[in-house]
Design a protein around this ligand. Structure first.
Ligand code: 4NP
Length: 176
């Protein structure tokens, strides 16, 4: 988990009625899902909800297990005040479906791979993350790994917006 210092002046004070947990998933767990992890944790802290909502991220692949986020993601996130430096990649697994309330995939390919390993009695709601982004035409967070620096800012824009929608959903479903 990252440790970030945030301005909590926008704190709503509203609490949830019960805890909730979210797992963000992409292919490598070094670009998109750690970015979502860091951004969403930051927003939870701003709202004073960090002790009630557990956040984690994982990859569908085993390519980068144990590794830090891609430096380009870390740098782009840092410029907006998010600290990804403490996060380490892991692979999504069968048990995650009983540990998390939401498993949110960055693209259709990730979603397909997750459906393949999901148990029949999964606790988790499995969706595309951008489903929570209000008014967003895109369904997938584009993979920035093989592109230029602009791709990482685009990922942040999409993730910041979808995070607001996800927070709203969690407040509605788990709030008082
Ligand atoms: P991510 O990006 O799925 O957003 O972490 C990628 C990271 C690594 C690779 C592909 C995508 N790779 O092929 O190693």
């Amino acid at each position: 988990m990252s440790s970030v210092s945030v301005n909590t002046s926008s704190h709503s004070g509203a609490r949830l009625n019960r805890p909730c947990s979210v797992l963000f998933v992409c292919l490598g767990n070094i670009c998109r899902s750690p970015t979502a992890h860091g951004v969403f944790e930051y927003k939870l802290k701003q709202q004073g909800l960090e002790s009630q909502v557990t956040v984690d991220s994982a990859g569908t692949s085993d390519f980068h297990i144990g590794g830090p986020p891609d430096q380009r993601s870390t740098l782009a996130a840092k410029k907006r005040g998010y600290d990804l430096s403490q996060l380490r990649a892991r692979q999504a697994c069968y048990e995650d479906f009983n540990r998390f309330d939401y498993i949110l995939a960055m693209d259709e390919s990730n979603l397909h791979d997750l459906k393949d390993i999901a148990p029949d009695n999964s606790r988790a709601t499995l969706r595309l993350f951008l489903d929570f982004s209000e008014g967003e035409a895109l369904r997938e967070v584009p993979d920035p790994y093989y592109g230029g620096a602009g791709g990482f800012d685009r990922v942040l824009d999409l993730i910041e917006r979808a995070s607001e929608g996800l927070l709203k959903e969690i407040r509605q479903k788990y709030g008082s």
